[in-house]
Design a protein around this ligand. Sequence first.
Ligand code: C2E
Ligand code: CA
Ligand code: CA
Length: 706
Amino acid sequence: MNKMLKTFLREFTFRRQLSVTMTLGILCLALFSSLVSSWQANQRVRRNLIEQGQRITENLARQSALALLYASPDNVAEAVRATLAFPGVASVEIRDTARRVLLAKGGARSAEFPKSFVPVAGAEALAVLDAESEGAWRFAAPVYSQPSAASPFQVQEARRERLGDVAVVMSKAALAQMTRDIFIANMISSFSFALLILILIRFLTSRMTRPLNQLSASMARAEAGGSKVRAVLSGPKDIADMAHAFNSMMAVLEDRIAAVSHAERRIRHLAYNDTLTDLPNRMNFMGLLNQAIDRARDKSQTFALLFLDLNRFKNVNDTLGHDVGDRLLVAAGRRISHSVRTDDSVARFGGDEFTVLLEDLASATVASVASQKICLALATPFEIDGHDIYVSVSIGISVYPADGVDGNTLLKHADSAMYLAKKSNSGHEFYESGMEATISEQVQMEGALRRAEGRNELLVYYQPKALLATGALSGMEALVRWKHPEFGLVSPTRFIPLAEETGLIVSIGAWVLRTACAQAKIWVNAGMPLAVAVNLSGVQLRQHNFVDNVRAVLAETGLDPALLELEITESVLMEQASEALSTLHQLKEIGVQLTIDDFGTGYSSLSYLKRFPVDCLKIDQSFVRDVTSDPDDAALVTGIIALAHSLRLKVVAEGVETVEQRDFLVQCDCDSIQGYLLSQPVPPEVFENKMLGADFDQTGSAPIAH
Ligand code: C2E
Ligand code: CA
Ligand code: CA
């Protein structure tokens, strides 16, 4: 029972609980009310029947007086028949005072009662309920002699004599029948009424619980994971409030779910993509690489892995700030992506490193062409914050499966190739076995270069310049040398790029400047006021305190600023055109001379050339070399000289090795020359002996006079 109740409470809906409870209650009430009213009706009927029995008995008693008086049953026969004719009357008995039966009719049921019935005492001939059995009543009444009613006033005084008694047995069948009928009628009416009420209540509860049901249905939908579930705001206030609360809860929940899923997507995106460029990140790329390996293995294809590293990116960060650096990376990433096929995966591997996967490669040349396209795409200057930023890139390429069959090996080899591409400034390199050994040599050299200055392994050699018109020695170029105890004399073409990349050029350059100025001052003091030309790296030019350093060196050495000439290559000048301009002006203010070195190789724009406060152009030796054999070069050199003169600039031709070259330059009205024809770069003591002493003439054809 208890268990049933628990199940009922737990598993039935509220509405069903309510209707079951109501139904049971109303049915019980109907049953109870019909029982009570049946009982009441029964009591009333019983009373009526008893009264009726009494009246019948009294009637019979009155009519039996004569019969008893004369002991003649015939006298009462009619009355007895009439009495027996009453419904329910089972038997009639008349006795005299001696209790002798005068008449007994219809013996049915009289057996249920004791033989004798109590005589009823009293003056009134009133009937009493003498006895009662299960199925019948017995009424008894005394029979008195009838007074002679001559005068109404005598009635009281007349003596009434008891003649005997009558008894009437009346069946209770009528009572039972009526009780049954009443009960049935009551039941029918009560239950009909109950049914009506139930129907009404059911209707009402369904009306009342509808909002609750709707709410619970909404909740069930929400529980089942339905989206945008809202409850209908109807019904009684508290339920409407609940629905409102539910809706608010759902709205909050949906907001939270949306926020969580957005955060989840964002986290996934962040985990797999670089925040700055939005390109796949290193982890993502490793996954892509492994997938490419699986595909290539299954289809027996080859693919190339390109490892890109921007050259001198650190300088951009250091001089223009990280914000510009970041924007440059974004723009560079975009250009790289646009210069390959859409199917090729581009990723930001870290820092200024990018990786590209070129799948389904027909031949290695495709990778080479793609690399060139990338280099070309990055060659156009980036315009950021009003700066024209020149970026170049070094690309290392490894090919699956020749250079490795797993991701890490392919990456390592592409990285090695990139390293060498950077060292050789070649743009891109394919991986070749044995590259690692070369790299470790480079790494060794980098370590050695770091120690070179402290170990006095750096030297400055000087190469003379002479005026073509007079043949007079007009100055010299300071060229750095590195004498390493193990590597021997290392060419600046090998270690200057390394020094620029590592930033060592700043201190090396400063040292060369100081050494050259000091040397020039010594020669000034010795009566040889020769201008000394010092080469500048782009890295130095970007140092914000560079001008101050120059000023300090001049002050320190006491050299006349007019005797210091700074050479800046044309490509560096073009790369940093906008930033360099103010530095150049400041240098001009100090009074130093400015020369554009390697002119003709850096695609100068005429407008810049006009704006730069330079004094001299130095024609690159590659044009001078073939000036006598290649008409194009001859035309170019002639043109450069004419252009320089039109801009009121002096012209130096470098790399002059032969008399023919010199003669051609004389014809073109070139101002000065520099080259092996005069002298190779030599240590200062040799320069001193050659230039100032008798040895100078040993160069043979040198037209220099002093
Ligand atoms: P550069 O400034 O163009 O220097 C001229 C280079 O041409 C020197 O090479 C010089 O030895 C060489 N040269 C001179 N005359 C002739 C000739 O008649 N024929 C041939 N074939 N070559 C000739 P070096 O000394 O090896 O310097 C190479 C480059 O290294 C320089 O090119 C310059 O760009 C850089 N460099 C040298 N010293 C310094 C320095 O102190 N600072 C910086 N930043 N760069 C330097
Ligand atoms: Ca130079
Ligand atoms: Ca040069």
